[in-house]
Design a protein around this ligand. Structure first.
Ligand code: TXA
Ligand code: MG
Length: 355
């Protein structure tokens, strides 16, 4: 497809300019593509009820048609426009977590084109809390299908600059509404299975969902209980920087020593190396002159999640061949962080023991 002219517009979430929102809403109504901020990551939106517009999303991202999209709604009433046979637990979860970083998989309403859901009879639905996303949904008066606004397999976009980098010349409008406040995508919960299943860990922790759905199962493709399944063949490369990510896991001191040695070895191989660290790790690597990104204190999963995708993208801009990093605790938001790190590393983790 020939490149389109991409217009970048800034909207202050605290003082929304409704004339700019109107312009973006009209673009959606006319079958265009609008990238917009949400509290999780930026989304690449199209009218969910307009099949040709939805097809453009897949083309713009280079996303395979087998990967279904999330449909965003502004109000609870709108759920009936996109889904049917909604179970009572959906209302309970929506009442507690919407608007917010939770996506519910429900039975798809026939007026939602099958293409949105990659041909599945289900549909993923989310009500975002970001004021700009809310204003856009309301002005358009439409459900908006929107995957994360990155090129397929790249780290998700948490700023408008990331969107421009990946999708400039592919989308009609990019709305800059500041940095996404969570920085990790929504938790995807399938309510069409018994028991309900977490298909993708995200911004709502499994522990919080369990208060409402005690028997919920974590069935993220690459997670079994607390530990990653070390079977790289099963793992889809996703959220990945251009550089190879080499991840270490195990007792902290041993992990840091192994990371340090890995940097020296890679340097001996004439490879450019970047480091992905926790605040506490920084001193250990102080004498190494390599680009590094500090994600946050190792116990602060909110901070680590907020910085993760931007850090991976930043290290890529430094032209490194290999990023050396480590795993974190997988409780709470840590499950989503571990999931994204693992996928960025195509599932490869180096387990180190302390002896
Ligand atoms: O936070 C988010 O969820 C962001 C913002 C923009 O809302 N969106 C997002 O979309 O991350 P995307 O397309 O990058 O990820 C959607 C996820 C995929 O893992 C997809 O497989 C799953 O949701 N999904 C969508 N529809 C589904 C369905 N009907 N059944 C099962 N999984 C589904
Ligand atoms: Mg995505």
């Amino acid at each position: 497809m020939p490149p389109v002219e991409t217009h970048l517009i800034s909207i202050d979430p605290q003082a929304i300019d409704l004339s700019l929102i109107e312009r973006a809403a009209n673009c959606l109504k006319n079958g265009g593509l609008v990238a917009f901020p949400t509290e999780t990551v930026y989304g690449l939106g199209a009218n969910a009820l307009d099949e040709p517009a939805v097809a453009k999303i897949f083309a713009a991202k280079g996303r395979p048609p087998s990967d279904p999209l999330i449909v965003h709604i502004a109000t609870l009433a709108e759920i009936h426009r996109v889904a049917v046979q909604i179970p009572p637990v959906a209302s309970q979860l929506a009442a507690r977590f919407w608007p917010g970083p939770l996506t519910l998989v429900l039975q798809r309403h026939t007026q939602v084109p099958a293409r949105v859901s990659a041909g599945l009879s289900t549909v993923a639905v989310r009500m975002p809390s970001h004021p700009v996303a809310q204003a856009l949904l309301q002005a358009a008066g439409l459900p908006i299908a929107a995957p994360s606004a990155n090129r397929f397999t790249r780290p998700s976009a948490t700023t408008a600059a990331h969107v421009l980098e990946d999708l400039g010349g592919e989308v009609d409008i990019i709305i800059d509404g500041g940095t996404a406040s969570i920085g990790l995508e929504s938790t995807v919960v399938d309510l069409t299975t018994t028991p309900a299943t977490i298909l993708r860990p995200g911004g709502i922790a499994p522990e919080d969902l369990r208060l409402f759905v005690p028997d919920i199962q974590v069935k993220a493709r690459y997670w079994e209980g607390e530990e990653a399944t070390p079977s790289p063949g099963m793992l889809l490369k996703h959220y990945a920087p251009r550089a190879e990510l080499r991840l270490f896991s195990g007792e902290r001191e041993a992990v840091l020593r192994a990371m340090y040695e890995a940097v020296l070895m890679l340097h001996a191989e004439k490879k450019a190396v970047g480091l992905l660290l926790a605040e506490e790790d920084r001193a250990f690597f102080a004498d190494l002159k390599v680009p590094q990104q500090v994600l946050g204190a190792q116990s602060n999963m909110v901070q680590i999640g907020y910085n993760l995708f931007a850090a991976l993208r930043y290290l890529d801009t430094q032209g490194v061949d290999v990023i050396v990093g480590r795993m974190f605790e997988s409780a709470g938001l840590g499950l989503a962080i571990s999931d994204r790190l693992l996928r960025a590393a195509s599932g490869r983790v180096i387990y180190v023991s302390s002896s």
